[in-house]
Design a protein around this ligand. Structure first.
Ligand SMILES: Cc1cc2nc3c(=O)[nH]c(=O)nc-3n(C[C@H](O)[C@H](O)[C@H](O)COP(=O)(O)OP(=O)(O)OC[C@H]3O[C@@H](n4cnc5c(N)ncnc54)[C@H](O)[C@@H]3O)c2cc1C
Length: 406
């Protein structure tokens, strides 16, 4: 019987433990917190969006999409749903986003914990692993209190730097480096973008449907459609989360980044022009602010009026008509500059990490025999929509099984 030590009791470590146990291993989980799986509780705003109907490798930032595709084929969305259903979880598909039917992330964690409690898997909480040594018989895992335990196989499942407090330790990368792995540059992913070029303090809290375009050096780099949320320092919401990894990388490479928002997506320019022209015929006796009512959120209207050099209190009849038309058309081209992204503590995922080339398709290390790496530690991060948990669960399940049988 193989002994398997799992460092980290998060999404990937917990499923790895169950699969290693199911395949005959004697398993120990080390978790530095007082409880396992705490991050699962905050996912999906407490509802845990754990996978998606559209589960493809093009939904991931990675150095090797083929590798991601092979892993997702080996342990797919269907496999994950079957795993949860066998644990007794009812699953709901909400427009392609999969949640527990009760919409409580705690249910996902509880069914996993109940399954672990039904086994002889050893769970060591409040137990920070500080060192892992490889020797000819396997591995020695050392914890903060100085104790040492030996294992045939070790799975490093410590997660990344995202979503943890600035004072918390994210030493999984160091453990892997000490065992011969490299770690590529780390970026906060799925996070807010800090911007300049508008009065964000006045816009904070406004939500709007939009199409978002990221330009660098006049090239369109990426586009996304969805809801944007203005914050007092820039942009948040799903669309900006989806592009934040890309923005962080561009800024890191000292590139200029412009973000263009079409705040009236789905409207043709000509239709918009005709609408404004007929409005001008009927409503020129209004103030500019009142004239803009009904187009965008009131706060956005006022900001756009000001950015176009108009005053909300002016009468439309006193303005140049072209200025009014151009101001309304600029709602489809609201331009701001990206100057940064929020830190890891506010991010949902870590970009960068252990290159996939250093791992086999069963997540075994190519540089240290008997070692496995799972989840967010790898240079693979998904967009919003259940992709990161699917990645954590897929890699954990595959690694757990392989560690037990190989
Ligand atoms: C606010 C928020 C919302 C999110 N929402 C979603 C969502 O809806 N859908 C989605 O797909 N993804 C979501 N994610 C991302 C997802 O939660 C992670 O990608 C996923 O949990 C990564 O799993 P993991 O096993 O790699 O790491 P983690 O789940 O982070 O688990 C790592 C565990 O290892 C422990 N650990 C670390 N170092 C040590 C050590 N040295 N010794 C012992 N233990 C250690 C940690 O305490 C932790 O419990 C969200 C993330 C955040 C922060």
């Amino acid at each position: 019987m193989k002994t398997v030590g799992i460092i980290g009791g998060g999404a990937s470590g917990l499923i790895a433990a169950l699969y290693a146990h199911k395949n005959g291993a004697s398993v120990t989980i080390f978790e530095r917190k007082d409880r396992v799986g705490k991050k699962i509780l905050v996912t999906g705003n407490g509802r845990c969006n754990f996978t998606n109907a559209y589960m493809k490798s093009d939904c991931y930032y990675t150095d090797d999409t083929d590798f991601v595709g092979r892993v997702l084929d080996k342990y797919s969305r269907a496999d994950l749903c079957m795993f949860f259903m066998e644990l007794g979880l009812l699953i709901k598909d909400k427009n392609g986003y999969f949640y527990p039917a009760c919409e409580q992330a705690s249910a996902v964690l509880d069914v996993i914990r109940n399954a672990i409690d039904d086994t002889d898997i050893v769970v060591k909480t409040d137990c920070l692993v500080t060192d892992v040594k490889k020797d000819k018989n396997g591995f020695t895992v050392k914890t903060e209190d100085g104790s040492k335990l030996s294992f045939d196989r070790v799975i490093v499942a410590t997660g990344g730097k995202a979503g943890i407090g600035t004072k918390e330790i994210a030493n999984g990368y160091d453990l892997l480096k000490s065992l011969g792995h490299t770690v590529s540059k780390l970026y906060p992913g799925l996070t807010q973008i800090k911007c300049e070029g508008a009065n964000f303090k006045a816009l904070a809290g406004v939500r709007s449907d939009c199409e978002l375009f990221v330009f660098s050096e006049e090239n369109l780099i990426i586009r996304q459609a969805g809801e944007v949320l203005f914050t007092d320092s820039g942009l948040s919401g799903i669309v900006s989360f989806q592009v934040s990894h890309c923005v962080a990388e561009l800024l890191d490479n000292k590139k200029q980044v412009l973000i263009v928002l079409n705040l009236l997506p789905g409207f043709e320019v000509e239709d918009l022009k005709n609408f404004v022209m007929s409005k001008l015929l009927l409503q020129s006796n209004m103030t500019v602010e009142n004239f803009f009512t009904g187009l965008l959120n009131k706060k956005l209207n006022v900001e756009i009026i000001k950015l176009n050099g108009l005053k909300p209190s002016m009468l439309v009849s006193d303005c140049d008509k072209d200025d009014i038309v151009n101001a309304i058309l600029s709602m489809q081209e609201f331009i701001v500059s990206a100057v940064g992204v929020s830190g890891f503590d506010k991010a949902q995922v870590t970009g960068g990490g252990v290159p996939t080339a250093e791992l086999t398709d069963t997540l075994a290390s190519r540089v240290c025999d008997g070692l496995y790496v799972t989840g967010e530690l790898m240079d693979v991060d998904g967009i919003c929509g259940g992709y990161n948990l699917q990645w954590a669960f897929s890699t954990g399940a595959i690694a757990g099984k392989d560690a037990a049988i190989s």
